[in-house]
Write a protein that binds this ligand. Structure first.
Ligand SMILES: [Cu+2]
Length: 117
């Protein structure tokens, strides 16, 4: 490999990562069985789900009086729904395998375990 090609390598890697990211967003719009997660009673229901890479969950705030959130903070990706008002929902796509915890930033006891393989 010639010296000027080596300098291109980081750029190429960034390009590949960018392409993967764009693909991840695109798959979120593909129709698939919707896995609905309730937030009623200030708890995620069910509290434990298993997915394949690229699949998503739909978190629905079906509580009448509470604003919730659905946040993921992991090494491989992060998601922040912001406030989910009663009746609103957030869709979270999981682009990598691993075990993740979805949290509500408002109610620390709300936890959803997501196993992605
Ligand atoms: Cu909450």
């Amino acid at each position: 490999m010639q010296p000027h090609n080596r300098r291109l390598l980081p750029v190429m890697i960034l390009g590949i990562i960018g392409a993967i990211t764009i693909t991840g967003v695109a798959t979120a719009t593909l129709p698939s069985d919707d896995l609905i997660i309730s937030q009623k009673g200030k708890r995620f229901g069910p509290g434990d789900v298993a997915l394949h890479v690229g699949e998503h969950i739909t978190v629905v705030n079906d509580d009448d009086n509470f604003v919730h959130q659905a946040n993921v903070e992991a090494e491989t990706f992060a998601f922040d729904s912001g406030d989910i008002e009663p009746g609103a929902k957030a869709v979270i796509t999981f682009p990598t395998e691993g075990d993740f915890t979805v949290l509500c930033g408002i109610h620390p006891k709300m936890k959803l375990a997501v196993h992605v393989q």
